[in-house]
Design a protein around this ligand. Structure first.
Ligand code: PLP
Length: 377
């Protein structure tokens, strides 16, 4: 039985050449980057080279990139530091943010008395810019807007340039969780008003356990994790040198010839959607059909109730297909996804399944998925 991996939004398989870069780094960079001797300096130089590369890809300054342990840490850092250090009294998020934003916002509302506004979304997961502007105009309390670039369960792309423009107009800070888009969509932080941006290595074929945070130079934050003076006093803790170097390499790999890679996955996505429509007309695509509005790596289908729908993910797994019922954090846990609920597609008996793609997948794999699905619906 072939094993077919269609859960790239949960974690995109690490590339062989990234593993090679990491292995080399583990051998060559075995000093502590904070040490001043030659081993330390070599490790430090590798980190700074990685920072330069990441910054260039985002059109950021080198001093605006801070390495973290993951996207979750980057998101937590922004929300907590904005409240504790930047005088933020009000948070505006969408109702489909990742739990690392959503649960942090709930915590800050409950324990720090922060006003929290959760913007509803359309049936495909888009926020309403007019509604956002109404909220921004209504109060002059210092506000952080945290709205993701693309959603991890349904792929919806939010209009981050327009959101940034509104935040600038009303003097609010803007954070975007770009964990699903960095490495897949070109992002130029200098072209839009973005105060903070979060990313994670394992979503673009890099290693797990490493991410980064972009902090626009207008905003100075103190550490969320305190200790030594690593990451220019913004994030304490000995750096994951090999992870950082591997992540930077993975990002360069993904962004090299990006239009060709993206076109390939877009065609694969269209093939999957067309075939699903043809073979399983009872299913409904809950993601936007077009890749102007939806990240090309993500599809999410609603399967109506059937005697087998309860065990669908398990049966797919038995058939060799790795897919997900929601984000990785909630897959496995049989509770309704807040994203599927927010777009009004939750039904107790049916099932939403996310198939997320990468340039490593093939049409042949989609054909095999369709064969396995025959036995699962
Ligand atoms: N934000 C989004 C949109 C995600 O999809 C994820 C992971 O699924 C995260 C944040 C958390 O990233 P990490 O796994 O690096 O903590």
């Amino acid at each position: 039985m072939n094993s077919i991996y269609l859960d790239n939004a949960a974690s995109a398989p690490i590339l062989d050449e990234v593993i090679e870069v990491i292995n080399r780094s583990l051998i060559e960079h075995n000093g502590n980057p904070s040490s001043t001797h030659r081993y330390g300096r070599t490790a430090r130089a590798a980190i700074e080279q990685a920072r330069k590369s990441v910054a260039q890809h985002l059109h950021a300054s080198i001093g605006e990139i801070f390495f973290t342990s993951c996207g979750t840490e980057a998101n937590n850092t922004v929300l907590n530091c904005a409240v504790d250090q930047l005088g933020v009294k009000r948070l505006i998020i969408s109702s489909i943010e990742h739990p690392s934003v959503r649960n942090t916002a709930f915590f800050l509302a409950e324990y720090r008395g922060i006003e929290l506004i959760e913007l509803p979304v359309s049936e495909f997961g888009r926020i309403d810019l007019v509604e956002l502007e109404d909220h921004l105009a209504r109060s002059d309390q210092k506000t952080l807007v945290s709205i993701m670039h693309a959603n991890n369960e349904i792929g919806t792309i939010q209009p981050i340039a327009e959101i940034g423009h509104l935040c600038q107009k009303y003097n609010a800070l803007y954070h975007t969780d770009a964990v699903q888009t960095i490495g897949h969509l070109p992002v130029d932080v200098s072209a839009s008003y973005i105060s903070f941006l979060s990313a994670s290595g394992h979503k673009f074929h890099g290693p797990k356990g490493v991410g980064f945070l972009y902090v626009n130079s207008d905003n100075i934050i103190e550490p969320y994790i305190r200790g030594g003076s690593q990451e220019r006093n913004v994030r304490a803790g000995t750096e994951n040198v090999a992870g950082i170097v591997g992540m930077a390499h993975a990002l360069s790999y993904c962004l090299d010839n990006l239009p060709e890679k993206a076109q390939y996955v877009k065609e694969l996505r269209k093939y999957l959607i067309d075939k699903m429509e043809e073979k399983f007309p009872q299913t409904e695509l809950v993601s936007y059909p077009t890749t102007d509005d939806c990240l090309f790596t993500i599809t999410n289908f609603h399967f109506p109730q059937s005697p087998k729908s309860d065990l669908m993910l398990m049966n797919l797994d038995i058939g060799g297909i790795s897919a997900s019922g929601g984000s990785a954090c909630s897959s496995g846990a049989e509770k309704p996804s807040h994203v599927i609920e927010a777009i009004n597609r939750y039904d107790e008996d049916g099932k939403c399944v996310r198939f997320s793609l990468s340039f490593l997948n093939t049409r042949d794999e989609i054909d095999q998925l369709l064969v396995v699905l025959e036995k699962c619906v």
